[in-house]
Design a protein around this ligand. Structure first.
Ligand code: DOR
Ligand code: ZN
Length: 350
């Protein structure tokens, strides 16, 4: 059994760190393990302009521990009024990497998202022109569509027509959860990729109802059936370079999760790479982890691979029941109080 695993420093291509006082609690978890992270812009108000992104990036950098190298990769939140000039400004900024499409009402802080994708056609054309990727939250929001079918329906109704209308637009289908999404990406050309989270590779929808209602297993898109998890795992470990790591770690205060109307989001950043090591090992595919975590993302984004490396050691440890989250809140992580097999060498929690 392998005791130690050295990898090129990985990146997290889908991450929520929020803003304000909580940054100092969550950013170090990511910065210790990952060289870069794509920072989701669904703040309140959302991060919509280059100016917003410059200031948000600065606040994130202030929360990075001394001596740690970490580069937040900023993303603009698309609204109906996004223009081609917004994209040209983003491309010139050197700090904005991508644009995020939240269909209005699909998830946390998506109220000012896009109400009809055709409203941002000018921006999409400019993105296609400058090579800036569109990151999609791929769920339709129609009330008559079953919550478990929203991703599959998005592929047919929105994604396929859009990639046909913009044949060179780069698209990252974020946090895919279904066999249909994996198949769509496998059958698409090189400009289409997907991220996969810890929770969608590790759990199926039974985990939401295991012995009672489990709010810490609730995220969007919601967990799906086992056959979908198996299809995602097969895709992640297939060696296809268009699948890569994106935790979608999405912290919410404990009280907002354990509530009569709980928020969607699962916190995994504290062991972002360790969870994937466990998942790939259980699938007998540890040899595929480095490409998924460290090579495929930069290749798609046209960025260099990180130069440093990290080492994971097989040293089971107990995940804390909660972490500090701002001045008065707690943050409950995935698998709180349970054991994780891999530990990051030299981490603060060692
Ligand atoms: O579970 C989720 N949480 N899914 C999302 O799309 C958003 C995220 C959040 O910001 O909390
Ligand atoms: Zn997300």
């Amino acid at each position: 059994m392998m005791k130690q695993l050295t990898l090129t420093r990985p990146d997290d291509w889908h991450l929520h760190v929020r803003d304000g006082a909580v940054l100092k609690d969550v950013v170090p978890h990511t910065a210790e393990r990952f060289g870069r992270a794509i920072i989701m812009p669904n703040l309140q108000p959302p991060c919509c302009t280059v100016d917003d992104a410059v200031h948000y990036r600065q606040r994130i950098l202030e929360a990075v521990p001394e001596g740690v190298q970490f580069e937040p990769q900023m993303v603009l939140y698309a609204r109906d009024n996004m223009t081609a000039d917004d994209i040209y400004a983003a491309a010139d900024s050197n700090i904005v990497r991508a644009v995020k499409l939240y269909p209005a009402g699909a998830t946390t802080n998506s109220d000012s998202g896009v109400t009809d994708i055709r409203n941002i056609d000018q921006a999409l054309a400019a993105m296609q022109e400058v090579g800036m990727p569109l990151l999609v939250h791929g769920e339709v929001t129609d009330a008559d569509i079953d919550v478990f079918d929203r991703e599959a329906m998005f592929i047919e109704r929105i994604l396929k027509p859009t990639v046909e209308r913009f044949p060179e637009l780069k698209v990252v289908f974020e946090h895919i959860t279904t066999a249909q999404a994996a198949e769509f990406v496998q059958g698409a050309d090189d400009r289409i990729a997907a991220t996969m989270t810890v929770q969608h590779l590790l759990l199926n929808r039974n985990a939401i109802f295991e012995g009672g209602l489990r709010p810490h297993h609730y995220c969007l898109p919601v967990l799906k059936r086992e056959r979908h998890r198996e299809a995602l795992l097969a895709a992640a470990t297939s060696g296809n370079p268009r699948f890569f790591l994106g935790t979608d770690s999405a912290p919410h205060p404990q009280g907002k999760k354990e509530s009569a109307c709980g928020c969607a989001g699962i916190y995994t950043a504290f062991a972002g790479i360790e969870f994937y090591a466990e998942i790939f090992e259980q699938a007998g595919a540890l040899d595929k982890l480095e490409a998924f975590a460290s090579f495929n993302g930069p290749r798609f984004y046209g960025l260099p691979v990180n130069e440093e490396s990290i080492t994971l050691v097989r040293e089971p440890w107990t995940i804390p029941d909660s972490f500090a989250f701002g001045d008065n809140e707690r943050l409950v992580p995935l698998r709180a109080g349970e054991t994780l097999q891999w530990r990051l060498q030299g981490s603060a929690s060692e």
